[in-house]
Design a protein around this ligand. Structure first.
Ligand SMILES: [Fe+2]
Ligand SMILES: [Fe+2]
Length: 395
C-alpha cells in the first residue's frame, strides 16, 4: 500500500504538490488516462490533480473507484483557475475539493485526516488503553514532524502523556498486544518509533527501573529518530537499495535530531544526547562522533539495543521481518559493539516463552527504587537488580 496516489494529466509531469507530499507520505503518480481499479485499491488516499476536461479521463476515474472511496478517500486539487474542473470533480462525488489558490498545507492536512481515520478504523476492537496510546503517540509524531519541516520549535507537550500511555498499554495488556496494534500504522517511521518505545518500556520493567528512569528511557525512544522526520519518505521507505547520497542523507538523522531538540531545550539533556548517540558502538565504530566505551551512557546503551532489535524484527519496504531468535543471533554477532550485560538481560527477556503476553506493574509500584539512568549509573550496577536471578535484588 502507498499513502497517496496522484492522478495527473500526463506521465512526465511532477508538480510541486507531488514533490512536497513525498517528504511526508509515500506517493505514486499515474496519468488519468491509465488509472485502473488496482491502482486505487493500493492507495490509501487518491489526489486528482488534473484538468478534468476530457470525458474519457473523468470516466476512467469513475470506473477505477467506487462512490464511497471517491467521497471518503479522494481529494481534488484544481490546476490554476479551473472552475470547470472543480464542478466536474464535485459532480463525480469527490469528497474534498481545493481551488488552486488554497494553501498546500490544507491539502496535506486533509490527506492526514484521511490517514488518521483509516488508523482509527483499523484499531477498532483493540483495548482502549492501546488505542489511546497509539493515537497520542501518532499525534505527537505528526506535531513534531510538522514542526521539523517548518523549522519551528518542537511541540513536545504530548511527550510525557505518550510515554505514560505506552506504559499503561504495555503494562496492562503485554507488549505483543501493543506491537500488533502498532503494526497497523501506515507509516514505517511511526511504527518503528512506537515499537522501540514499547520495547523500552518492557525492558525498563524487566530491569526494575524506577518510574523516572522508565519515563526517561521511553521518552528517549520516542525521540531517538526525530531527525528522520526531516528526511523524505521516498528515501526512508524506499523499497530498493539506497544510493550513496541517500545513505548519507539518512546518516544525518542523529545530528539533525539532536540539533532540533537542543535548539528548543524542550527535552531532557540525556534525551537529546540519546538522539545524537544512538548509533554509536562501544568499540568506536558507530557514528556520528565515534564515541567508545565509557563515553556512551547506560541510557544510550539500552536504547541502541532496543533500537537494533526492533529494526531487525520489523517488516520494512525493503526487507521482511526477522524472527526474534534470528535477530538475537545477529545481535550476538555484534561482539564488542553492544553492552554485553544489558544485551544478555534483553536476550533473556525477548526469548522468554511468555514474554510479550505478560502483564506487569511498573517497578515504582513495587516500592521506591533508585534512579540509575538519570544519574549515569549502569542499571546492573545500581544495586537494584540482579538479572540472572530474574528478580530485583535488595535496595
Ligand atoms: Fe536512528
Ligand atoms: Fe531507530
Amino acid at each position: 500500500m502507498i499513502d497517496v496516489l496522484f492522478v495527473l494529466d500526463d506521465k512526465t509531469e511532477v508538480p510541486a504538490i507531488v514533490n512536497k507530499a513525498a517528504a511526508m507520505f509515500s506517493v505514486a503518480r499515474i496519468p488519468a488516462s491509465d488509472i485502473k481499479p488496482d491502482h486505487v485499491a493500493r492507495a490509501r488516499v487518491v489526489v486528482v490533480h488534473a484538468a478534468l476536461r476530457s470525458v474519457g479521463h473523468v470516466e476512467r476515474i469513475e470506473q477505477a473507484s467506487d462512490e464511497t472511496r471517491r467521497r471518503e478517500d479522494c481529494i481534488y486539487v484544481a490546476k490554476g483557475i479551473d472552475r470547470a474542473g472543480i464542478v466536474q470533480a464535485e459532480s463525480i462525488g469527490i469528497g474534498r475539493v481545493f481551488a488552486a489558490h488554497q494553501p498546500l498545507d490544507d491539502v496535506f492536512t486533509a490527506i492526514q485526516a484521511i490517514l488518521n481515520r483509516e488508523l482509527s478504523n483499523k484499531l477498532t476492537g483493540h483495548p482502549a488503553s492501546v488505542v489511546q496510546a497509539v493515537e497520542t503517540t501518532d499525534t505527537l509524531v505528526r506535531q513534531v514532524a510538522a514542526a521539523m519541516r517548518a523549522d519551528a520549535p518542537l511541540p513536545l507537550r504530548l511527550l510525557s502523556a505518550s510515554s505514560q500511555s505506552i506504559g499503561v498499554a504495555v503494562g496492562s495488556g503485554g507488549l505483543m498486544q501493543w506491537i500488533n496494534a502498532v503494526e497497523l500504522h501506515h507509516s514505517q517511521t511511526s511504527r518503528h518509533i512506537m515499537m522501540v518505545a514499547g520495547y523500552a518500556d518492557a525492558f525498563a520493567r524487566t530491569l526494575g527501573l524506577s518510574g523516572s528512569d522508565t519515563a526517561l528511557f521511553t521518552e528517549a525512544s520516542l525521540l531517538h529518530d526525530v531527525g528522520k522526520l526531516f528526511i523524505p519518505i521516498s528515501i526512508l521507505e524506499k523499497a530498493g537499495p539506497l544510493s550513496d547520497a541517500e545513505r548519507k542523507a539518512i546518516m544525518t538523522h542523529p545530528l539533525r535530531g539532536a540539533k532540533a531538540l537542543k535548539r528548543d531545550n524542550a527535552a531532557h539533556p540525556l534525551v537529546i544526547a540519546a538522539a545524537r548517540s544512538h548509533h554509536e558502538y562501544l568499540d568506536g565504530s558507530g557514528y556520528p562522533d565515534k564515541l567508545a566505551g565509557d563515553q556512551i551512557s547506560p541510557l544510550v546503551r539500552m536504547l541502541t539495543i532496543v533500537d537494533i532489535y526492533s529494526a531487525l524484527t520489523e517488516e520494512r519496504a525493503y526487507k521482511a521481518a526477522m524472527t526474534p531468535r534470528l535477530a538475537i543471533t545477529q545481535m550476538a554477532g555484534m561482539k564488542g559493539k553492544l553492552d554485553a550485560r544489558l544485551f544478555a538481560a534483553f536476550r533473556d527477556m525477548v526469548l522468554n516463552p511468555v514474554f510479550g503476553s505478560q502483564r506487569s506493574a511498573r517497578s515504582a509500584e513495587n516500592g521506591p527504587v533508585q534512579d540509575c539512568l538519570a544519574n549515569g549509573i549502569h542499571p546492573l550496577d545500581c544495586g537494584v537488580f540482579s538479572h540472572t536471578a530474574g528478580q530485583r535484588a535488595a535496595g
